[in-house]
Design a protein around this ligand. Sequence first.
Ligand code: GDP
Length: 198
Amino acid sequence: LNYQTASFLTSAPTLAQCPADLGAEVAFAGRSNAGKSSAINTLTQQKALARTSKTPGRTQLINFFTLAGGEPRRLVDLPGYGFAKVPEQVKLEWQRHLAEYLRERQSLRGLVLVMDVRHPLTEFDEMMLGWADDKAMPVHILLTKADKLRSGAAKNALQQVRSRLREWEDLVSVQLFSALKRQGLDEARDRLDGWLAS
Ligand code: GDP
């Protein structure tokens, strides 16, 4: 699939406002600042398709991007989690929408979970993995900012995450990624193709 053709479709605050649940989509999730927007922008070779966490306003929305071509195929940018100054009530509300999206969305083929390679498997990540597991939803983990570690340390981090998730290896795959160095693009795109191309 040609991810360069991705273009902004719509933003939705709740599941009810999402576009028609037809075709296939892949969702991206991650703790704020993990590097999710950069990963989406790198995969689609577009500078500012997904807004970085510093852009106020769109953070709490589910953003949909559509790929050109016959069947409806979408990339979905789920709101980043962990923004510091948000009241507890808002966080809970947001969690509810996210859980609902993962539970109900028929066209969702897989979840890309973006983690900073230096701080993998946060509480948020565990929560997302739990929800994905409930639905037997496949997950692909991007351990991003891999350029921040020496190659040996990055490989070590990869092995550690793999071994911690061994019991879910049928559903969960993990790779190193760097938006800065454009590392791991083919592997990530292959995974998306596997979910979206059928
Ligand atoms: P988001 O909140 O998850 O969408 O994170 P962003 O994509 O906005 O990235 C957060 C910060 O990490 C920004 O300052 C990015 O420039 C930086 N960043 C993202 N990806 C990488 C990467 O692969 N390597 C490096 N060195 N920095 C990155």
